[in-house]
Design a binder for this molecule. Sequence first.
Ligand code: NAD
Length: 465
Amino acid sequence: MPELKYNSAAEIDDAYETLQATFRAGTTRPLSWRKHQLNQVVLLLRENLDAIVQSFAGDLGKPRVEVITGEVGPIVRRTIQSVALLDEWASDERVAAPDWQQSWSPTVLKRPKGVVLVISPWNFPVFLTFQPLIGAIAAGCPAVLKLSEIGPGVSTLLADLLPKYLDRSAYRVINGGVPEVTHLLRLKWDHITYTGNGTVGRIVAKAAAEHLTPITLELGGKSPVLIDPNTTNLKIVAKRVLWGKSRNAGQICVAPDYVLIPRAAQDAFVEAIKEAAAELRLDDALASTDSYGSIVSEGHYRRLRNLMTTSSGTIVVGGNTNEERRRIAPTVYRDVKEGDSLLEGEIFGPLLPIVPVDDVRQAIEYIDAHPRPLVLYAFTEDPEVKQALRDETRSGGLHFNDVLSQAGVDQLPFAGVGESGYGNLTLKYTYDEFTYLRGSVDIPLTLEPNLSTRYPPYTPAVIEA
Ligand code: NAD
């Protein structure tokens, strides 16, 4: 694994000053310049695909298929769409005002907020760095990208590649740990996006508040899976849920965190889970390099091992681990009860607790009584249950009858609510995060007679009018 080179405080200050000067000079203003930078992003990702796949080997051991479908592919697609849609997004909008104000040319101008900071995590280091970056480029904002120190392979490669493709006076990578982020957060940014855990999210929000800097927080949480056994095929459900929990070794912000199922159906679901595990070859998860990955660091491996030893649930699938390779086989627990260690914080690993409940109604109440998740998954064909979930629960996304797929729909907003964050990142939603709306009027002096009544002295005739 390469040793990550941390940037010095002087390099951070230099990046900041350079980007400020670039913004003031208007370099990022022309749409043609922004489109060129976006096209360079596409080139960077396409020309270096093999190196990118390779850079994941030591960090997450992410299979090539998952790097293409979950990291590089969606960004290439969204960047190309951003180029195609930028003229439309950026065009000024004339608003429909009352007749007497139409001659004022009331218009909404879309303008870049300024120089922005993007802080990204290790679990999807390409996708979660480039998604805000392409929005910042499209909006005309220079950006500093603070990559995660926990995935040194990818962070080293991106620090090397970015200056070869993008204008270095507008886009800089900063690598480092807490001291470097702390230094960055002392500076005054025009917008900050932070993707990561809620504890650090609160640190970022407090630092931003010192400068009244607007922020986007993409956080995590426990995304529940509600299963309504009366209206769904448990075999298919088990396969979909287990797949979603195994991808990236469960280290996905929208991974299914735990299952809520009526008690009477738990045995049947466990049988379906066992069949799905065989079909997905989960017995190969500790050795496979093309289908399953690793836990990112020793610290996270130990955290998950600790959860495995403290849970009082019964293992029905998996349970095997390999410390040297930081591998944990997807592991499913049944009969997990409130108070179990697996139900405390976000699991962020391949462990899946099944929590039996009395019925679907109790499951809905359980979800509503807990912090707002990033996504709520429900397997049901019952229209009343669907409507109850739409009306009675709150979550960033609401996904029926599958897991993870919502994140791949380019046109949907991607965001949390409450404890899972705020602000949206996908295509125009991202562009909007980095853009401010500037209301503008232009009132010709020739209209002076129309304004005569506004000036003092206010005569009784005017007041009555
Ligand atoms: P991480 O540890 O890589 O941290 C993210 C960034 O925060 C890094 O750049 C890191 O340097 C910085 N950081 C860490 N500690 C800090 C501190 N004390 N002060 C200031 N900055 C600090 O990533 P992570 O937080 O482990 O990422 C996993 C979390 O992110 C999970 O909770 C997951 O659900 C969430 N997540 C959310 C989304 C989303 O889109 N909503 C996407 C991916 C991950």
